[in-house]
Design a binder for this molecule. Structure first.
Ligand SMILES: [Zn+2]
Length: 250
């Protein structure tokens, strides 16, 4: 609770302070930003590479046998997106989450008629949370909650195993590594028959989101949709690319 309150203050206090180090010019093109815009100009934002049509279905079919009913993902995980997610994940630029959440929610509404009981962030293990001080997926989920009017709730899932680095593991090994990592922290009656949207920042292999979906389905969730900002899984050189991402993000 204290950490959540600190995060609220941080979102108001740190970005002006960070503006000193990152003056109000676009992070990518260096053009001046209008007062209502932070970090990245609209032109650069709109030029970011979206995943192609049909990509989400392709990702889902690659996770056949998982409990995920639907995947929403916006961007190809290229260098530009990687830099923005790094700002969100490690440098407390929470405005980035606002922009990504806005895109994601528009995208989800354009493809479905969402009726989620809650938006659930992929949880961090408490030890990692203490180390990082905030969970970027929770920041994203909170922004989605504000936009959608659906409550964002981190009390449904908890991470019970602090999974070691998965850098050297292949997809199957990563699946096995995370499948026991999560647990529900609600009575099944609060999950049973309800639909949920689970949020992560990046779909690296899909193993983490598949594990979250599985644990919710074990408590009889009706539908589990997952959403993320970006994925590297559509790169033709995906194995090499994934390894690079693992080094950065795990
Ligand atoms: Zn720009």
């Amino acid at each position: 609770m204290i950490a959540d309150i600190l995060n609220v203050f941080r979102s108001y206090l740190t970005e002006p302070v960070l503006d000193i180090f990152y003056p109000p010019v676009c992070f990518f093109c260096n053009h001046s930003l209008p007062a209502e815009r932070k970090i990245i100009c609209t032109d650069c934002w709109l030029s970011m590479r979206r995943v192609p049509s049909g990509a989400e279905e392709e990702l889902l079919s690659g996770l056949s046998g998982s409990s995920i009913d639907r995947i929403f993902v916006m961007y190809d995980f290229d260098e530009q997106i990687q830099q923005l997610i790094h700002l969100l994940k490690y440098e407390m630029h929470f405005t980035i989450a606002k922009y990504f959440a806005s895109d994601l929610w528009q995208h989800i509404c354009s493809k479905s008629h969402p009726e989620y009981h809650a938006v659930i962030p992929v949880p961090l293990h408490p030890a990692k949370y203490r180390e990082r001080e905030y969970n970027q997926s929770q920041i994203l989920a909170d922004e989605l909650g504000l936009l959608s009017g659906i409550k964002s709730n981190d009390v449904y899932l908890k991470r019970v195993i602090n999974t070691p680095s998965q850098t050297k593991l292949n997809r199957q090994q990563r699946m096995e590594n995370v499948c026991e990592a999560f647990a529900v922290c609600k009575n099944s009656s609060e999950i049973s028959g309800r639909s949920f949207l689970v949020i992560d920042d990046v779909i690296t292999t899909g193993s983490t989101l598949a594990a979250c979906a599985s644990i919710l389905k074990n408590s009889d969730a009706a539908h589990v949709h997952v959403a993320a900002i970006a994925t590297p899984l559509l790169h033709s050189d995906r194995t090499e690319h994934q390894t690079e991402i693992s080094k950065i993000f795990l």
